[in-house]
Design a protein around this ligand. Structure first.
Ligand SMILES: Cc1cc2nc3c(=O)[nH]c(=O)nc-3n(C[C@H](O)[C@H](O)[C@H](O)COP(=O)(O)OP(=O)(O)OC[C@H]3O[C@@H](n4cnc5c(N)ncnc54)[C@H](O)[C@@H]3O)c2cc1C
Length: 392
């Protein structure tokens, strides 16, 4: 069999986009995937409907030790380029909120689109294939795989991060990076639910399933969106977003009344409704069960007129800075992404090529570029895959 020009490790979002781009340039491309099916994370994404991009994507929506690194690739392959392909394939989609685009029917259509385009570009996708050994002789890469030996001029590492191991995530890309002398930035789970323990778990876990809008702040980042109580702690978009900025010991601030001055509001409620019980007043702005629980635990259920100004201040402080302490996160088991990874300092931002080894590229989640929740991570996968595919 003729040897490929380009070998791509990982048939996920970034790997398939890179393969299509390189294949369309006439490169012989082989994608090696160790699971039995390409695009498993795409299939499970967006609740089965794949939030495939975000029309508001800017470099500010990404975390990276070098916030400038993602700019070039994102500018050259935008959300609109991907939308054009989706439309060409007749895939119906809709905007959910904040520029987030989802398939109307199923994520399967995105995987099918990528595989059809890959096939048209002459790409060979080999599944159930693992790499046992990898070397570079200064000219070509040599791989010993479970389906035979292969050599190539370019090698693209698109094997993703560590999140959701049962979907095929491995630390392969990081090991390759280390093998070739690349620096790795510490990895950790991102876009992940928080866990609580002790009284913080006991007090709130029975509200599991309840959700409300909050503003969550941590390490200079602020997100206004829904928070969801779970039987382990806290999830929902606001908490997932802020989890990427949180590290143990960091101060996490949750405002239960976003866009409202809690002190002003509670004072005016006392004036306007002196006979209303506090839990009924709180239930106007919070889910009733949550309001009731707060009163049971902290403030009682008296009529508003019986709360004096210092007590009203305590209530306002409680609402604008809910005193919950998180103990950790659910980790890679449920995280949508992995923060950190291959240091961008040693990669070209235009081609994703290694500055150490000619012909080696790193794309997608394995690189230290992580998007917010909302389609940004796929947009990074498409953009970085496209950038490498044009160059490899
Ligand atoms: C539950 C969930 C939902 C998500 N929803 C969204 C969403 O709606 N929108 C969004 O933008 N992002 C979403 N994400 C994040 C998004 O899926 C990832 O950021 C994106 O898939 C990263 O693309 P990638 O190609 O770098 O990695 P992956 O898509 O993870 O692909 C890596 C591929 O490499 C393969 N691989 C790993 N190790 C090896 C090896 N040793 N040899 C061969 N192959 C290997 C893997 O099996 C996999 O197929 C979600 C993530 C999860 C977990």
């Amino acid at each position: 069999m003729q040897q490929p020009d380009v070998v791509i490790i990982g048939a996920g979002a970034a790997g398939l986009m890179c393969a299509i781009t390189a294949g369309r340039r006439g490169r012989r491309v082989r994608v090696i995937e160790h699971t039995n099916r390409p695009g498993k994370k795409i299939l499970m994404s967006g609740g089965g409907r794949c939030n495939f991009t975000n029309t508001g994507t800017t470099p500010a929506n990404f975390l990276s030790a070098n916030p400038h690194f993602c700019k070039s690739a994102l500018a050259r392959f935008t959300a609109w380029h991907f939308i054009e392909r989706v439309e060409q394939h007749g895939i119906a989609y809709h905007e959910k909120e904040l520029g987030q685009l989802f398939c109307d029917v199923s994520s399967k259509l995105i995987v099918k689109m990528l595989l059809d385009d890959a096939q048209d570009a002459g790409v060979e996708v080999v599944t159930d294939c693992s790499v046992n050994e990898l070397s570079h002789n200064g000219d070509r890469f040599a791989l010993r795989t479970t389906k035979g030996a292969v050599t190539s001029e370019s090698l693209v590492i698109a094997s993703g991060g560590l999140s959701i191991p049962r979907m095929g995530a491995t630390g392969f890309g990081y090991r390759v990076a280390e093998q070739f002398g690349h620096r790795l930035l510490p990895t950790r789970a991102g876009l992940v639910p928080f866990t609580t323990s002790g009284k913080h778990l006991e007090r709130w876990s029975e509200l599991s399933g309840l959700s409300l809008p909050v503003q969550a702040d941590c390490s200079g980042a602020s997100f206004s969106n829904a928070m969801l109580f779970t039987h382990r702690g806290l999830s929902g978009p606001a908490m997932l977003q802020v989890s990427s900025y949180w590290q143990p010991g960091d101060d996490l601030r949750i405002n239960l009344l976003p866009d409202t001055d809690a002190q002003e509001w509670i004072t005016s409620q006392r004036q306007q409704r002196p006979d209303a019980a506090l839990h009924n007043v709180l239930a106007d702005v919070l889910p009733r069960r949550f309001a009731q629980r707060i009163c049971d635990l902290e403030f009682g259920e008296r009529p508003m007129r019986q709360y004096d100004p210092p007590q009203l201040k305590r209530i306002a402080d409680y609402l604008s800075r809910w005193p919950i302490v998180v103990s950790g996160t659910e980790g890679y088991r449920t995280a949508e992404v992995t923060l950190g990874g291959v240091d961008t300092d040693e990669l070209s931002s235009t081609t994703m090529a290694s500055k150490r080894v000619p012909g080696l590229h790193f794309i997608g989640e394995v690189v230290d570029v992580t998007g917010w929740l909302g389609g940004y991570n796929f947009q990074w996968a498409w953009a970085s895959g496209h950038a490498a595919g044009q160059a490899c």
